[in-house]
Design a protein around this ligand. Structure first.
Ligand SMILES: [Zn+2]
Length: 277
């Protein structure tokens, strides 16, 4: 039996027996290999999933029938028209590197006015922000297995979906980090639900994000809910898709009540619109 046929048959068997991360094609995010987007990279058949990394970070791998594919988050800071490469380690010892050509996407600029202390930070607030950033960096590196639910995410609260992801933001005339999520306009107190099944891995009151919850859905997929007026779940709690986890608010650096909804893959924020059904 040749190796390809052998791999194909063993993949068929493995797929029928194992609890691998199986995702139906219609549940996959929309592919958009641009800064802030998601690349879907076919990897091939094998009885076990390969290990995939991008710049040292584990990358999501899901089964597509009898084959594997990598679902790769592309950082907003990635240069347009550049090439990323992922490393793929197969269980049989084969290691390969695959290129991901990254296209271009122009994000608009947004001017915002907030209270001055939320742009030019006092020494005390700067220290707080640095502490929080270090903590969140660790949280963002969470990679658990398997994938808990679907990759097709539910909109966490009703309201118009703004296309605010990736906006280059200018606060009170000063450039700051681009917008890392989607803002959903909803009145204070509107229930916020889990976009997919998962585990609460962080809950806190942050300088910029206000009251914030982060859920882990497995395989490096995290969702983040910021500026909440109430948080109804604790760290370690498991939640199903659609369960209420908090309420819309105006805590942190905001210009009014809304939900800031973030989606992370392999530690980087990606456009939530690619995942919403
Ligand atoms: Zn936001």
């Amino acid at each position: 039996m040749n190796r390809r046929l052998f791999l194909y048959l063993s993949a068929l068997l493995a797929a029928s027996l194992s609890r691998v991360s199986r995702v139906f094609a219609q549940d996959l995010p929309k592919a958009a290999a641009v800064p802030g987007g998601v690349a879907i990279v076919p990897l091939g058949p094998s009885d076990q999933a390969p290990l995939v990394h991008l710049a040292g970070d584990r990358v999501m791998v899901v089964a597509d029938g009898t084959r594997w594919q990598a679902i790769v988050g592309i950082a907003l800071a990635t240069k347009e028209d550049s090439t990323l490469s992922i490393s793929v380690e197969w269980p049989d010892g084969d290691d390969v590197t695959l290129p991901i050509p990254v296209g271009s996407k122009r994000y608009a600029t947004q001017e915002l006015t907030v209270e001055p202390g939320k742009v030019n930070l006092s020494k005390k607030n700067l220290e707080r922000y640095r502490r929080e950033s270090a903590h969140l960096k660790k949280i963002r590196a969470t990679f658990s297995t398997p994938l808990v639910g679907s990759l097709a995410l539910m909109q966490p609260c009703p309201g118009r979906r703004s296309s605010s992801f990736g906006l280059r933001r200018v606060f009170n005339g000063q450039s700051r980090n681009p917008h890392s999520g989607m803002d959903l306009a909803a009145p204070e107190g509107t229930p916020v639900v889990a976009a997919a099944g998962g585990t609460v891995i962080d809950r806190g009151d942050y300088f910029f994000s206000g009251n914030m919850l982060i859920l882990d859905h497995g395989q490096g997929l995290l969702t983040l809910y910021a500026h909440l007026s109430a948080m109804d779940v604790e760290v370690g709690e498991r939640v199903e898709q659609g369960v209420t986890i908090g309420k819309v608010g105006a805590t942190g650096r905001v210009t009014g009540a809304h939900l800031h909804f973030g989606v992370y893959l392999n530690t980087v924020p990606v456009d939530p619109a690619l995942f919403l059904v």
